[in-house]
Structure formats: structure tokens, C-alpha cells
Design a protein around this ligand. Structure first.
Ligand code: FES
Length: 79
């Protein structure tokens, strides 16, 4: 198996960072909360940022639009 490590301090791979990003972690801080990557020597934070910048994070405006519209509809009903 070909594992590309992003964070050697905690043995976190690129695949793991992508998985956390897909689950909604959009910043290096959120990735750190999810798997500790970047919280020791910090030398991997730029690589994590680069991975997030390449679209690993799936929280885009288009993804949020339906839930925002649903909230607005609920507010309309409540008024
Ligand atoms: S390599 Fe990630 S914290 Fe050190």
C-alpha cells in the first residue's frame, strides 16, 4: 500500500486529511482537532493547508445553499 504521510509526528496520511476535509474540516485547525495533525512540530501545517486549498474540503457555498434556504423557510413559517 502506498501511504503518503502529511504529518510524521502523528502518522497522519494525505488520505486521512482528505477524509476529515470531506467530513467538514476546512482549516488546519479543524484538521488538528480531528486527528492532531499539525499540533506537535507544526512543519506539516503548510502541506495540510495545500491539501485543503486543492479542494479537499467539500463545504462550498453550493453545498450550504439548501440548508440555508430551509432555515429561511422555517423562519418564514414561524413569523
Ligand atoms: S509533522 Fe505534523 S506536527 Fe510534526
Amino acid at each position: 500500500m502506498n501511504r503518503v504521510y502529511v504529518c510524521n509526528c502523528f502518522g497522519v496520511t494525505e488520505a486521512q486529511v482528505r477524509k476529515h476535509a470531506e467530513a467538514g474540516a476546512c482549516t488546519p485547525r479543524q484538521i488538528a482537532s480531528a486527528c492532531k495533525a499539525g499540533t506537535d512540530c507544526g512543519s506539516c501545517v503548510r502541506r495540510i493547508q495545500a491539501l485543503l486549498g486543492r479542494g479537499a474540503c467539500r463545504t462550498e457555498v453550493a453545498d450550504q445553499a439548501p440548508s440555508v434556504l430551509a432555515e429561511l423557510a422555517e423562519l418564514d413559517e414561524a413569523a
